[in-house]
Design a protein around this ligand. Structure first.
Ligand SMILES: [Zn+2]
Length: 462
């Protein structure tokens, strides 16, 4: 008798393990715990919601949705899946972070009466960046825009502190925030009863993680992954990819560490960014989806690591937003506010820094996740010399060099400009562009004199 119980128990274990393999390792609606479901995206394309997973937790009082998907249509599909499980009201939506593939379906659940919950950083970033992303898709053409034409921006209603609990009736859900990682406002949704956690963008499984967000923090991301591993959880629902265990955490950790090592090594050898983008091979990522994100990840890591590797004689910690005064007569320009909308769109700038002391080439990518969707084309700025300026309100470092459009054909002057930039306290105060001085010292002096006048105007205008 005893023996048959053991055999039965073993059979149950085998059945459960078999069940896990069969039912957890697939896309579509997956029951990951007694009260918890994940909707695993079928692939990374736009119509599949950019690969972003979502899910829901069901209590006797109602439902909590984790992430609202990329479009209202995809959100409605999630709502239909929920209705195959329960007719209970949708009480909450948690946005694990602000990215569009997790938030643009919010309106569907708002209309159901749900309260939308996120970190304050997520709410701020949603408000700031959603219109920018929308314009990006609008300008990419009718097909890309048709998918999201009916998106109605619904920002999170309320913010939570780390450790907040939401009661769904017999099932509680814990909201955790371990500091910035994938974005500044990552939320992890834990269902302790089911020992399940939804990780948001902190974790991907078989997809390249996205390191390009301006709010990303790689050091803290690695620490957070360790904390995820320490949660009393059996299953993780990653942002993208199949339901997984702790092994996926190791995969993302290895990825972040490897790409940083490669970039730090390349920076030390003064390899230009574009060489690294062209040649980088990431170990252990064969077959991972969304490899197109890797170049952006390299750019982002270069931007983060440069201050640790090089020690130039001026601050490299440039702000995302600053004014550029372009006096070069470019028909498209004028004042451009970096990373936010102007009538011209969004500007991407890649900068090549050459320190005056070492004459070694250092590459800095000044783009952020938004401005890289530039409508004005890519520009390459090369610093040829730095020098000190005495401006009326104190000393500043100026840099001179060339500024070249990557799509030269569309720019006047063959896209080559000399420029002068004043940096103080990590801020860019002014950039003056002129037609190429081409080593003409007198012309450069005139440019600098003009810069000083412009800087003075700018100072007075502030
Ligand atoms: Zn994301």
């Amino acid at each position: 008798m005893k023996r048959s119980i053991v055999v039965l128990a073993l059979a149950a274990v085998v059945a459960a393990a078999g069940c896990e393999r069969k039912d957890l390792g697939r896309t579509g609606l997956v029951n990951v715990g007694k009260h918890t479901w994940a909707l695993i995206a079928s692939g990374p394309t736009s119509v599949e919601g950019l690969g972003a997973n979502s899910g829901f937790v069901v209590g006797s009082e109602g439902v909590l949705v984790v992430d609202a998907r990329y479009t209202p249509a995809l959100a409605r599909e999630l709502l239909e899946k929920i209705r195959t499980v329960t007719n209970a009201p949708i009480l909450y939506v948690v946005n694990t972070h602000y990215h569009q593939d997790h938030t643009w379906g919010n309106s569907v659940f708002k209309d159901e009466g749900a309260v939308i919950v996120a970190r304050p950083e997520t709410r701020d970033a949603f408000v700031k960046y959603s219109p920018i992303y929308l314009d990006f898709y609008r300008e990419r053409g009718a097909e890309a825009f048709a998918l999201i034409a009916d998106v109605r921006f619904v920002a999170p209603d309320t913010a939570f502190a780390d450790g907040a609990k939401l009661d769904l009736g017999g099932v509680s859900v814990e909201l955790r925030h371990f500091g910035p990682g994938h974005t500044a406002g990552d939320a992890v949704v834990v269902v302790p009863k089911d020992r399940v956690a939804f990780t948001g963008g902190l974790l991907t499984n078989g997809y390249h993680p996205n390191l390009g967000d301006p709010g990303a923090d790689f050091d803290n991301w690695l620490k957070t992954l360790d904390r995820l591993r320490g949660l009393r959880v059996r299953r993780f629902v990653p942002a993208q990819g199949l339901v997984c265990g702790r092994e996926a955490i190791e995969g993302v950790k290895r990825y972040i560490k490897a790409i940083r090592e490669i970039c730090v090594d390349a920076l030390g050898k003064r390899y230009p960014l574009e060489d690294v983008v062209r040649t980088i091979a990431m170990p252990g990522t064969e077959g991972w989806l969304q490899p197109n994100i890797l170049p952006f990840n390299v750019q982002a890591v270069y931007r983060h690591e440069i201050p640790r590797v090089v020690n130039p004689d001026f601050a490299l910690d440039l702000p995302i937003e600053f004014l550029i005064l372009d006096g070069g007569g470019d028909r498209k320009m004028g004042y451009i506010r970096w990373g936010s909308q102007s009538k011209e769109g969004y500007l991407e700038i890649e900068t090549q820094w050459k320190t005056s002391s070492s004459a070694e080439l250092i590459v800095q990518d000044l783009t952020d996740a938004i401005s890289r969707y530039g409508q004005l084309g890519r520009r390459l700025m090369t610093i040829e010399r730095t020098r000190r300026f005495d401006l009326p309100d104190g000393p500043a470092v100026g840099a001179t060099g060339t500024w070249k459009s990557m799509e030269m054909a569309v720019d006047p002057g063959k896209g080559l400009w000399s420029w002068i930039m004043v940096l103080r306290g990590g801020k860019v105060y002014v950039i003056q562009c002129a037609t190429d001085a081409a080593g003409d010292a007198a012309k450069e002096r005139r440019n600098i004199a003009r810069l000083e006048r412009i800087a003075e105007t700018f100072r007075q205008a502030r």
